[in-house]
Structure formats: structure tokens, C-alpha cells
Design a protein around this ligand. Structure first.
Ligand code: ADP
Ligand code: MG
Length: 719
């Protein structure tokens, strides 16, 4: 048994040594070192390549189309490097593993050694005991007695030995188990080693592959670099040649520029010169400007002075012209006659009735608007006035002939417009008109307003209106608070010789509305004062006195013009038989005042030294407006009706006589006689006698008329 154990022990020792040699820790370590060296070499190479790469990157070929590719390759390289790194890491891992395993192996070996040592010790001990036992056996054999005894003891002791053997056997068993286990471990480790070797081979292959790839990439890169280099060189060459060409062109240009420069130099010189002169001018400019300003100022002030003097001259001329105009106007009016006589024939109305009485007795001359024919008692009598308005003449047409007179009032002239004629002949219609168709009064005021407005730029005008009535030689204010009060006509206390009526109400008017109010007011007064307005109005003179006062703002010139619009009392004869009391008195007053008016006009036209203004209230009141360069218009109203022909005849005779009064011998001749009274106008009325207070002789109207007409004709023909 011991022998077999020994054999087994030997075998195991051999096995252990074999295993140890086989384990080849050294081989793996060598391999690992080799790999590490290889790794190091690769690393070095990589570093060198990287250096190269960096160098190339630092000197990159600009505009190189391979840059992109290069970048890609670099990317690939870095990828490969990364992979190599990974592999390396794995290699390190594996190295670590191998190390661990080697450590474990060393441990196991150590344990194995220990157990072997133990076994050897045990064997030693056992062999010693065996020897002891054998010696003992031998000694015993030599000492049979003793041996017997000893055998006996051995036999006794052999049980003990047997037990020890058993123990040793069990121990051997245990050790064998241990060895089996160790073998198992060894096997495992071998397997592990194999697998690690396999992995190592794989890794090596991979590394080889990577290396090949790296090599390839390196080669490719080198190729690329070479190509890039070539390209770069090519580009450089090309650029060089191009630059040479360009250089040549630049040289040529330079030559051209040089020649240009040569030609430009004189221009530059002139420019510099100009610039210098400009600079000088700029420097001198303020002075020059001041000078110019001074002279301009002087010129302007001179011009202003000139304009001033021209203005003064113009103003002087304007004033002279104004005066001249006035003079011319006066002359014109004088030539036309200060006193003009118009006739107006009203249309036949319903009031004229029907039948032969209402037949038309008035006809007109188609060629001459100043001529009118009246059929009276079968005879046609013709009259020539300044103008005749037929029945169809409108208020407007009439006013058109009058408006020149009205406007002259603005220039400071006094104007009188009388409406003369028998009651019902249209006096009030002509002067006042109707609301729908106003007469001269309203139209005149409207015209004055518009004229004044037109002159408002230079003139300030005020227009005032008074309304008065003369009845039975008594003057009454129609706009006053006490219409019954009789007003007196007085001389102005300022010694100007002007007349005025103290207490006569004056209204300032500025618009048509104002006039209407004034007229309405006057009317109401008149209506409330008498029972029969028509009758009353036909027996009184109604006056509308318009005063226009002007101030020329530029010259300070003041003007005052008066427009007297008079609606006279009816001129019809009042039958003396039967007329008594107040009726007779009225008739006498009317006759007196109308004759006085005729006398005054006659005296004025014939330039008599004495004009009998004081013979009636009317003429006395209108004295200022009748004398001097005043203008008078007598509008003689007639009815065309057959029944009114004798009155019409009287009125027309009155008109013609007023008009035909001429200057010169006739007027001187006429100076002796007075104006024919109302009674004398009724030339054909039998048994007529002058009324009380009217006893002056006068030439027959017929004589006067025909004579004056012949004289006028003479004047006309002689020019
Ligand atoms: P007088 O004032 O002379 O007495 P009126 O002016 O009162 O006369 O006129 C008498 C009538 O005749 C009135 O009804 C008036 O309307 C009318 N009449 C006068 N003249 C004209 C005319 N030209 N056109 C139309 N009607 C007129
Ligand atoms: Mg009337």
C-alpha cells in the first residue's frame, strides 16, 4: 500500500511538474509582452502619422477640392483609431484577466505545493514509523520471546496501526479528492486559457486587420496628399501664369495710367488753380455779400422811396382825375341838362272801366322813345320828352334810366326825383311799387347799398333815411314819435347857409330789411293819422330823404349826397264850383306848391338870379337839392285812358315846358315871366281864373313851347 501510495505521489508530482511546464505562464506572459511591444510600436506609428496629419492640416491647400475627402478620411482614421483604442482597451482587459488567472494559478500551485509538502512530511513520518516498526519487528524477531510478546503487543498494537492506516487511507482519499478537484480546476483554467488564447488570436487578427486598414488608409491618405500636392502645385503654377498675365496687363495699364497722369497733371494744375481761386472767393464771399446786401438795401430803400414818390404822384393824379371826372360828369349832366323829364304811361286798368271811356288815347313813336302822341278831342298832339316809358315798361327798365342819378348821390351830389301826375296815373306805383315789384325808392336804396359795399375798401359810408309829408303846407315827420307835430325848416346855425329840419327823424339803414321796416313804419303812421289813405296821399307830398355820407379813408375826403324821392300830390284840377272848405284849401295848397315847384325849376334852368324857393314848403325844403350842381328828374305819370285825356294833356304840357326851358335868350326872355300856374296849364278850360294868391301874368304856354322848340332846333343844327 505504501508503495502504491508512493507511486501515486510520484505520479502526481510528475503531473504537477508537467502541468507547471505546460501552464507556460511564461509563454502567455511572453505573448503579452510581445503584444504590448507591438502595441507600443503601433502607438508610436500612429503618433507619427498624427503629427504628419497635423502638419498637413496646418498647411492646408486652400480651395482644394480634396479637403472634403481629406476630412472624410480623417474621420475614417479617427474612427479606426477609436476602434483600435477600443481593441487596445479590450486587450488591456484581457491582460488583466490573464494576470488574474495567472495569480490564481500561482495560488493554486502554492496550495498544491503545500499539500505536496504535507504529504511528503506524512510519508516521511509514515516511513519513519514503518522503519521503526520494521526495526521493532526485526528486534522482535530476534527476540522471539520478547518477539512473541512483542508480536502479541504488535498484534495488539497492529489494531492501532490498522486504525492509523485507515486514517491515512481516508486522508489519502481526501487528498485524492483534492487532487481531482485541483485537476478539475486545472482543466477549467486550461479551458479558460484556451478561450483567452482564442480571443487573443481573434484580437490579433483584428489588430492585423486594423493595421492593414490603417496601412491602407495611410496609403490612401498619402496618395491623396500626393494628389493634393500635385493639384496644389498645378494650381500654384496656374495662378502664377495667370498672375504673370495679369501682371503684364497691370504693367500695360500702369503705362497707360502714367501717360494719363502726364496729361492729367495740367488739368490738376488748373483744378488746383480753380480751387484756390474758389477758396479765395469763399473767403471774400462774406465781404462781397455784405457789400451786395448794403447795395441791395440801398437799392431797395431807393426803390421804396421811388414807389413812395410814385404813389404820391399817383395819388395826386388820382385826385386830379377824380376832380376831372367830377367835372366831366358835371359837364355831361350840364349838357344833358340838370333837369330831366321822363314820361311814364301806365297801362289801362280795371278801374278805368269799359267802353269808349276806357279806350287808349296814347300812342308812341316806333323810332323815337322820347316821343308820345295823345289823341285829344279827335286831335293828335305830340310831345317830346327826354324819354317816354310805354305801359309795358317794367319797374326795372324805369330804374335803369334812373340809377345813374342815384349813384351820383354817392359822389356827393344832391338828387331829386319827383313823380308828377294826376291821381291814379301811377306815381306811387313808380316810386314805391308793390311788395313783389318794388319801385324806385327801394331799388335806389338797394343800389346804394351795393355801391357802398363795392367801395368799402377805401370808403366808409353811412346811409340814413328820413320820411316826411307835406300836407297843406305843413311838414310832418312820418318816422317821428309825434307825427302830428309840424316841423319847421331852419337855417343851419353853422353859417353854411344849409337848411335843416330840427326834429326830423333819421334812421340809419344798412340792409333791405331796414328799409322795409322804415317804409312799414311810415305807412303805419300815415294810415293811423288819416281816415282815407288814398285820398289823403293824393293830396299830400310824400318825401323819402336818403342821405349818403362818405369818408375816403386814404384822403380824408368827406362827401354828403342827398337823394330826395318825392311822390307828389295829385296834379288834377279840382272843380272850383262845389269845392269848399277844407277841400278848397287842400286844392289851393297843392296848386300853390306844384306851381312853386314849376317856378323853381324854371328859374333854375333859365339861370335866373333869383329862384323862388321860399314860395312853398316843398321847394324850400328841397332848396339844397335843387340848386347848384344838383340833379333833378321829373317823372310825369299819365293815364292812357280816353276819359283822362284832358288831365294827361295838362301833365304832358307841364313836362314839356319844364324840359324845354332853355338857356340863353329864351331864358332871359322868360326871366320876365313866371312859371305858368296850374290854372294856366288848363289852357282850354273856359272861364278859368287864377285862384287866390296866384295872380301873375305869363306867356301863353303854346307860344313858349313853340318858340323854345324852334330855338332848340337851331342850336341842334348849328352844333
Ligand atoms: P297815383 O299814386 O298816381 O295816384 P297809383 O300809383 O296809386 O297812382 O296807381 C293807380 C293804379 O294803377 C294802381 O292800382 C297801380 O297798381 C296801377 N298802376 C299804375 N302804374 C302802373 C304800371 N306801370 N303798371 C301796372 N299797374 C300800374
Ligand atoms: Mg299815389
Amino acid at each position: 500500500q505504501v508503495e502504491t501510495l508512493k507511486e501515486k505521489l510520484l505520479e502526481q508530482a510528475q503531473e504537477i511538474s508537467r502541468l507547471r511546464s505546460e501552464l507556460g505562464g511564461t509563454d502567455a506572459e511572453k505573448h503579452r509582452d510581445l503584444l504590448a511591444a507591438e502595441n507600443e510600436r503601433l502607438r508610436q506609428e500612429m503618433k507619427a502619422l498624427e503629427g504628419e496629419l497635423q502638419r498637413q492640416q496646418q498647411a492646408p491647400c486652400r480651395d482644394c477640392p480634396h479637403l472634403q475627402e481629406n476630412a472624410e478620411l480623417q474621420e475614417q482614421l479617427s474612427q479606426l483609431q477609436r476602434e483600435a483604442e477600443e481593441t487596445r482597451a479590450r486587450l488591456v482587459e484581457l491582460d488583466l484577466e490573464v494576470q488574474q488567472k495567472t495569480n490564481r494559478l500561482a495560488e493554486v500551485e502554492l496550495r498544491l505545493k503545500d499539500s505536496l509538502a504535507e504529504r511528503a512530511e506524512e510519508e516521511e513520518r509514515l516511513s519513519r514509523r514503518l522503519r521503526d516498526s520494521q526495526e521493532t519487528i526485526a528486534s522482535l524477531k530476534s527476540q522471539p520471546q520478547q518477539i512473541k510478546y512483542i508480536i502479541k503487543t504488535v498484534e495488539v498494537e497492529s489494531a492501532k496501526v490498522k486504525q492509523a492506516l485507515c486514517e491515512t487511507q481516508s486522508r489519502n482519499q481526501y487528498l485524492q479528492e483534492q487532487v481531482g478537484m485541483q485537476k478539475q480546476v486545472l482543466k477549467e483554467m486550461e479551458q479558460q486559457l484556451q478561450s483567452s488564447q482564442k480571443t487573443e488570436a481573434q484580437l490579433r487578427a483584428q489588430i492585423m486587420m486594423y493595421e492593414a486598414e490603417l496601412e491602407r488608409a495611410h496609403g490612401q491618405m498619402l496618395e491623396e496628399m500626393q494628389a493634393m500636392e500635385d493639384e496644389k502645385n498645378h494650381a500654384i503654377e496656374e495662378a502664377f501664369s495667370r498672375a504673370q498675365v495679369e501682371m503684364k496687363a497691370v504693367h500695360e495699364n500702369l503705362a497707360g495710367v502714367r501717360t494719363n497722369l502726364l496729361t492729367l497733371q495740367p488739368a490738376l494744375r488748373t483744378l488746383t488753380h480753380d480751387y484756390n481761386s474758389l477758396k479765395r472767393q469763399v473767403r471774400d464771399f462774406p465781404l462781397l455779400l455784405q457789400e451786395t446786401l448794403r447795395s441791395a438795401r440801398a437799392e431797395i430803400s431807393q426803390a421804396i422811396e421811388e414807389v413812395h414818390s410814385t404813389n404820391r404822384e399817383l395819388l395826386r393824379k388820382y385826385r386830379r382825375e377824380l376832380q376831372l371826372r367830377k367835372k366831366c360828369h358835371n359837364e355831361l349832366v350840364r349838357l344833358k341838362g340838370n333837369i330831366r323829364v321822363f314820361g311814364r304811361v301806365r297801362p289801362i286798368t280795371k278801374e278805368d272801366g269799359e267802353g269808349p271811356e276806357a279806350a287808349n288815347a296814347v300812342t308812341f313813336d316806333a323810332d323815337d322813345d322820347a316821343v308820345l302822341h295823345l289823341l285829344h278831342k279827335g286831335k293828335q298832339v305830340s310831345f317830346e320828352l327826354d324819354k317816354v316809358f310805354p305801359p309795358q315798361a317794367s319797374q326795372e327798365e324805369v330804374f335803369q334810366e334812373v340809377q345813374a342819378l342815384v349813384t351820383s348821390c354817392i359822389d356827393g351830389y344832391n338828387v331829386c326825383i319827383f313823380a308828377y301826375g294826376q291821381t291814379g296815373a301811377g306815381k306811387t306805383y313808380t316810386m314805391e311799387g308793390t311788395a313783389a315789384n318794388p319801385g324806385i325808392n327801394q331799388r335806389a336804396l338797394q343800389l346804394l347799398f351795393s355801391e357802398v359795399r363795392g367801395k368799402a375798401a377805401d370808403w366808409d359810408y353811412t346811409i340814413t333815411v328820413s320820411a316826411a309829408e307835406i300836407y297843406n303846407e305843413a311838414l310832418r315827420d312820418l318816422l317821428g314819435k309825434e307825427p302830428q307835430e309840424k316841423l319847421e325848416i331852419k337855417l343851419c346855425p353853422d353859417g353854411s347857409g344849409q337848411l335843416y329840419v330840427p326834429g326830423l327823424t333819421e334812421f340809419r339803414v344798412q340792409s333791405v330789411e331796414d328799409i322795409n321796416k322804415v317804409f312799414e313804419f311810415g305807412h303805419i303812421k300815415r294810415v293811423t293819422e288819416c281816415t282815407n289813405l288814398n285820398e289823403h296821399s293824393s293830396r299830400s307830398h310824400a318825401l323819402l330823404i336818403v342821405t349818403v355820407r362818405g369818408l375816403d379813408r386814404s384822403t380824408g375826403l368827406r362827401t354828403t349826397g342827398k337823394l330826395n324821392l318825392v311822390d307828389l300830390a295829385g296834379s288834377e284840377r279840382v272843380g272850383r264850383s262845389g269845392a269848399e272848405g277844407s277841400r278848397l284849401r287842400e286844392a289851393q295848397h297843392i296848386n300853390k306848391s306844384l306851381s312853386a315847384l314849376g317856378d323853381v325849376i324854371y328859374a333854375l334852368r333859365s339861370r335866373q338870379g333869383h329862384v323862388p324857393f321860399r314860395n312853398s314848403k316843398l321847394t324850400y325844403l328841397l332848396q339844397d337839392s335843387l340848386s347848384g350842381d344838383s340833379k333833378t328828374l321829373m317823372m310825369v305819370q299819365v293815364s292812357p285812358a280816353e276819359k283822362n285825356t284832358s288831365e294827361t294833356l295838362c301833365s304832358l304840357k307841364f313836362a314839356e315846358r319844364v324840359r324845354s326851358v332853355e338857356l340863353g335868350p329864351v331864358s332871359r326872355k322868360a326871366e320876365l315871366g313866371s312859371w305858368p300856374s296850374q290854372e294856366h296849364l288848363e289852357g282850354d278850360s273856359p272861364g278859368s281864373s287864377a285862384p287866390a294868391g296866384r295872380g301873375h301874368a305869363s306867356p301863353s304856354p303854346g307860344q313858349l313851347s313853340s318858340r323854345s322848340a324852334s330855338i332848340r332846333r337851331k342850336l341842334h343844327t348849328s352844333g
